[in-house]
Ligand binder design. Structure first.
Ligand code: GLP
Length: 244
């Protein structure tokens, strides 16, 4: 779906999330959301915060799982995805802290494998993700599933691509400070969500959107695997869609 600008698109995505949350509330059920970081979803979160403040949208029945976190990473660090989520969403809404899940960037290496399996089990025990929102990196990554990721991959420790680290260098004051690794949900994990919305804004994303949507499916561009799913919608502004 192509929108005139990212603001209109983000409001639309936020409305769909709030409709899901309210419909689950009416059924006395939890809404299980997969969330993303980066600049792309910021306006969606801002709109959800506005709906909470002005329209009484409650998040008491919401459970969230974030896609990824840098490794190693202290949750209190300015660049952590924990800080990002707190500042952009969680500290402004009434979600219960125990319902928030973000991969732990502080674990010793030998504990990560079991931790990742447990992350998957927690999602499955809740009946899976109702909705996963995604951005896309210029390498074609979703979450931090960099080129080479397998379509059935699960939550795991990965090595970041050089381009991804360059793109993150501004946040870290230089590429040398960007962690080399991350914990990310896998492509297989993302695929199990009942609905997936990938958002992209601006001409900077146009070449990778063209590859993801129209390119040959390949692990060179992990987002091309989304072509396999019937439950995916690309939500774009006109500039991100300009090469389609
Ligand atoms: C990071 C995140 C991704 C995100 C991507 C794009 O690498 N791990 O989940 O989609 O950046 O970031 P942005 O939305 O800032 O363009």
């Amino acid at each position: 779906t192509i929108y005139p600008d990212q603001h209109v698109a983000s409001v639309n995505v936020a409305q769909r999330i709030s409709a899901l949350i309210r419909s689950k509330q009416q059924q006395n059920k939890m809404a299980v959301l997969g969330l993303a970081t980066g600049a792309t979803p910021v306006r969606v979160y801002a709109e959800l915060v506005r709906m909470h403040r002005e329209e009484g949208l409650s998040f008491r029945n919401v459970i969230t799982f974030n896609l990824d976190e840098y490794y190693p990473m202290q949750p209190t660090a300015a660049q952590s995805y924990v800080t990002f989520m707190n500042e952009n969403l969680f500290e402004h809404i009434d979600i219960k802290r125990e319902n928030v899940h973000i991969p732990d960037g502080t674990l010793p290496l030998e504990e990560i494998h079991e931790y990742c399996l447990e992350y998957e089990r927690k999602i499955e025990a809740l009946g899976g993700l109702d909705l996963q929102i995604l951005g896309i990196g210029r390498t074609g990554h979703i979450g931090f599933n960099e080129p080479g990721s397998a379509p059935n991959s699960g939550t795991r420790l990965v090595t970041l691509d050089d381009l991804t680290r360059r793109d993150a260098s501004r946040d870290f004051g230089g590429k040398e400070n960007v962690p080399r690794k991350a914990i990310t949900m896998g492509i297989g994990t993302i695929f199990k969500a009942r609905e997936i919305i990938l958002m992209a804004w601006s001409g900077k994303k146009a070449p990778i959107i063209k590859k993801a949507v129209e390119g040959e499916m390949s692990s060179d561009v992990p987002a091309t695997y989304l072509q396999l799913s019937d439950n995916v919608e690309f939500v774009l502004d006109v500039d991100a869609a300009s090469e389609l």
